[in-house]
Design a protein around this ligand. Structure first.
Ligand SMILES: [Zn+2]
Length: 506
């Protein structure tokens, strides 16, 4: 039974998936009233694709076997739209069974005859039971708990919300990362939806996603990402950095793309208006396993951009070329190589998690430099600009006093250099492993005697609450350990390079 649905941007539902679909419907069809069957047919055409394979059916009129190209739901929507193609009756010819027509991929709204209440928009209208092809967050009614635990009986959708739900698969951004090898290989799917008022989202789709989205790539349709991986925070940060880079370096994009991104993320310091709220929903799951999903919500995107802008300024000040690219390289380094040469990106995900939540990334950085970088062969210091960037974060987000930070960095640099000269790498590990202020001071004492170092006075004042110059002692320890180890690794790399050159000369 067909039904008239109204497509417009004036009635948001508040549900990020459905709102995203309403915007997609608007972009695909334009404002107006449409027949629901027509919309369903057009959306299906967009979501069904030739697979590249061929097979045969028996044409009853021509009385012959005809070859046709196989089609299926587009990857990765086929993870959610499990409706298989219908192919009427089958016939047997020379011992082989053939369908009498190519399968038809046909979705049906199956709206109720009597009106019900739509669980999404509250309208009283004929409704249908939610299925995964309408709403990806449904696995099966008993597994509802994952997201919307209040609705164990299942969701009811009106025709408009159901069609918007299906259109959501056209308007989403997704990225796939393969995991494991051989038979154990699975794919991790991340997908992203920005949510704001419908007009803002429509502009974002038209001016940003249409020009930047990659189509026809098996690994995703997001704008080009500087890095991504198995985990959601690293991939989310990769997506945000990609969008931000078009603000600071607008060369390769249309002017309206740049303007739209500026209006979304950059807060005008002259304006007294609060920024337009925009939320990013990031969802991740492993394909083929009931798609058990994790959903993350990021709201303070303006703050993330503000930090990004300060990073760009700092790298420019340090005369580092192409800051957006350098920032990407800095994040790309946080991987460890495993025995099978695969990259493990867990550290990058943890650091990205801390940044997206405006919390402390330094303990992860400390573990990375001590347990990954210092153990590689050959060892390498952190990528140029890493500490400059993280020092900005330290001051801006963790409120560290700039003078004290400089003192720590200076002392850490000297400590690492002296440790290298005296071959005292163990001392740096002892510093990293200090669990109490007393242990920390014991290591500093050792450094004083064994490396003949003078400890800056600011470090010696321990205050109430185990703080040093107002900073929790453990953060002071962590920062010092990072600065010192990086300086040690830099000296090491320098020496190795020198000895390699002199060997060549000999
Ligand atoms: Zn509805």
């Amino acid at each position: 039974m067909s039904h008239s649905v109204s497509i417009n941007l004036s009635s948001p539902t508040g549900n990020f998936w459905i709102d995203n679909g309403l915007v997609t419907l608007y972009c695909e069809f334009g404002e107006g009233d449409y027949d629901s069957d027509y919309i369903l047919e057009k959306l299906t055409e967009k979501l069904v694709l030739k697979t590249g394979g061929k097979t045969k059916y028996f044409d009853q009129k021509k009385k012959e076997i005809v070859e046709y190209e196989k089609v299926n739901w587009k990857y990765p929507t086929n993870q959610f739209i499990r409706v298989s193609g219908k192919s009427d009756e089958k016939v047997e010819i020379d011992g082989e069974t053939y369908p009498t027509q190519p399968p038809v991929f046909d979705l049906n709204l199956s709206l109720s005859k009597t009106p019900g209440v739509c669980d999404i928009c509250g309208t009283k209208a004929p409704v249908t039971d939610a299925k995964m092809w309408i709403f990806p967050f449904i696995v099966e009614p008993s597994k509802f708990g994952n997201f919307y635990s209040g609705s164990k009986q299942g969701f009811k959708f009106c025709a408009r919300c159901a069609l918007a739900g299906l259109a959501g698969y056209i308007g989403w951004l997704w990225k796939v990362q393969r995991k494991g090898q051989g038979k154990a290989q699975r794919s991790v799917l991340h997908f992203f939806i920005f949510h704001s008022d419908l007009r803002t989202m429509e502009r974002l789709h038209r001016e940003v996603f249409v020009p930047l989205r990659i189509e026809g790539d098996k690994s995703g349709n997001t704008p080009r990402l500087p890095f991504w991986g198995l985990y959601i925070h690293e991939t989310t940060l990769g997506l945000l950095l990609s969008l931000f880079s078009y603000i600071s370096d607008p060369q390769d994009v249309p002017e309206e793309t740049n303007k739209c991104l500026v209006s979304l993320f950059k807060v005008d310091s002259m304006s007294f208006l609060p920024p337009q709220p925009i939320t990013l929903y990031a969802v991740t799951g492993i394909m083929g396993q009931h798609f058990f999903m994790k959903l993350k919500e990021f709201t303070k995107l303006h703050f993330v951009y503000r930090i990004y802008e300060k990073w760009v300024n700092e790298l420019e000040r340090k005369e580092i070329n192409n800051p957006p690219q350098q920032i990407a390289w800095i994040f790309r380094q946080f991987v460890s190589r495993q025995e099978n040469k695969k990259e493990e990106t867990l550290w990058r995900d943890k650091i990205a998690w801390a940044i997206l939540h405006f919390t402390d990334p330094f303990p992860f950085l400390e573990t990375f430099i001590f347990d990954v970088r210092a153990k590689e062969n050959p060892t390498k210091p952190l990528v140029m600009g890493t500490l400059d960037m993280f020092n900005v974060y330290l001051r801006e987000v963790l409120d560290m006093d700039e003078q004290f930070q400089r003192t720590l960095a200076g002392f850490g640099y000297a400590l690492g250099k002296a440790a290298k000269e005296h071959s005292e790498m163990g001392l740096l590990y002892a510093l990293r492993n200090a669990k109490k202020p007393e242990e920390f001071y014991r290591v500093l004492n050792d450094a004083q005697f064994r490396l003949e170092m003078t400890i800056p006075e600011a470090l010696l004042r321990i205050e109430k609450g185990e703080r040093i110059s107002g900073v929790p002692w453990v953060r002071v320890k962590t920062l010092l350990a990072i600065y010192a180890m990086n300086s040690y690794l830099r000296e090491n790399a320098k020496q190795e390079k020198d000895s390699a050159t002199s060997e060549k000369e000999e």
